[in-house]
Design a protein around this ligand. Structure first.
Ligand SMILES: [Zn+2]
Length: 176
């Protein structure tokens, strides 16, 4: 298991769309294990592969965040079948640290995806899970929650992002 390096806003790569997964092999299983590890290390409830610089349609979610296998959701090549209603909460993102903002989302969603063996399944969700699914699937299409916020809020965050990047750089040097 390994904790992978995250990409951070405003890295342009986060706006790149990801390609479908076609091979369901051991490499994919290992990647998913590492994605969970990376997500838990940062106290996240969801992570999409482009956030770790892998441009494949892979999402991991655990809205309970107690590291129990029964709560872990792996979605390969997820697609919305339906969306209804509207809701919204203050969202955050591991790639956009130190920022939260309200985004309008569908209240209920049905998603079709494949599991690690390539088998198709459907999931109906509402509440936090429905919001998380929309946030993570957005990542696969190169969209971030900050893109929905006002240009003013985005610009204010850009200067904060620069400071955070410097801080990460400094910590990294200390570890070396
Ligand atoms: Zn995110």
């Amino acid at each position: 298991m390994a904790i992978l390096e995250l990409l951070y806003y405003p890295d342009e790569k986060l706006h790149q769309a990801s390609s479908p997964v076609t091979e369901f092999n051991d490499e994919l299983k290992k990647l998913v294990t590492d994605m969970f590890e990376t997500m838990y290390a940062d106290e996240g409830i969801g992570l999409a592969a482009p956030q770790i610089n892998v441009f494949k349609r892979i999402v991991v979610i655990d809205v309970v965040n107690e590291r129990k296998p029964e709560d872990q959701l792996v979605l390969i090549n997820p697609e919305f079948i339906s969306k209804e209603g509207t809701t919204g909460i203050d969202e955050g993102c591991l790639s956009v640290p130190g920022l939260r903002g309200k985004v309008e989302r569908a209240e209920k969603v049905t998603v079709k995806a494949q599991n690690l063996n390539g088998e198709f399944f459907e999931i109906n969700a509402d509440g936090l899970l429905a919001i998380c699914l929309q946030h993570e699937i957005d990542h696969l299409n190169g969209k971030l929650f900050i893109d929905y916020l006002s240009p003013l809020k985005r610009n204010m965050y850009r200067s904060k992002a620069k400071l955070l990047a410097k801080e990460r750089e400094r910590q990294k040097k200390q570890q070396d």
